[in-house]
Design a protein around this ligand. Sequence first.
Ligand SMILES: *[C@@H]1O[C@H](CO)[C@@H](O)[C@H](O)[C@H]1NC(C)=O
Ligand SMILES: *[C@@H]1O[C@H](CO)[C@@H](O)[C@H](O)[C@H]1NC(C)=O
Ligand SMILES: *[C@@H]1O[C@H](CO)[C@@H](O)[C@H](O)[C@H]1NC(C)=O
Length: 193
Amino acid sequence: MAKTLQKLNLIFLVLVMAIFSFSAFVTVGGFSRTLSPAKLGLKREKLSHLHFYFHDIISGRNTTAVRVAKAPTTNTSSTTFGDVVMIDDPLTERPELSSRHVGRAQGVYASASQTEVGLLMVLNFAFMEGKYNGSTLTVLGRNIISSAVRELPIVGGSGLFRFARGYAHAKTHTFDKRTMNAIVEYNLYVLHY
Ligand SMILES: *[C@@H]1O[C@H](CO)[C@@H](O)[C@H](O)[C@H]1NC(C)=O
Ligand SMILES: *[C@@H]1O[C@H](CO)[C@@H](O)[C@H](O)[C@H]1NC(C)=O
Ligand SMILES: *[C@@H]1O[C@H](CO)[C@@H](O)[C@H](O)[C@H]1NC(C)=O
């Protein structure tokens, strides 16, 4: 009798454990699972170099950068601290605005330093050229505009640039003090699949 009870207890325990582990499997299986990179068609990571010119047009007929906010103290700040500008800047193959358009830089830059003109850049490069049409790269970085070459991290991407990471080097090509319009040369180095 005692033996039968012991057996029943054991069977009950095993059953309870089985139900628990099964429900745990179902819960985890429904929400997340491990995939092999090949399942997503990811074969070999490659390094791409992209080169283009960025046109930040603040004044004139077809402006591409507009101030959307500033602090009451921005006017009296020597570094324009607190200024927030929204951009939809054309990207071209050569420094001339009339050269081939390869995409647009869409996002925001904001004056984030009280000791120098230093921008927080949060933007997407939306490409429109050839096989890159529709793919994007996302930049989140610090841009000290007095430095000859600024390095900004590339934190991700979409389309052909899924799983992207890398960096962008930004170098001022021309800056017009009167209009504040700037042409900036960009070199991007991106790891992606
Ligand atoms: C502004 O855009 C219009 C239409 O795209 C174009 O015809 C004109 O030349 C542009 N003006 C300047 C100053 O770039
Ligand atoms: C800041 O300067 C702009 C133009 O220079 C002016 O329109 C605006 O009223 C000023 N704002 C303050 C808060 O002084
Ligand atoms: C890019 O894709 C859009 C939407 O599919 C299309 O309308 C456009 O013509 C394409 N541009 C180029 C340069 O291929």
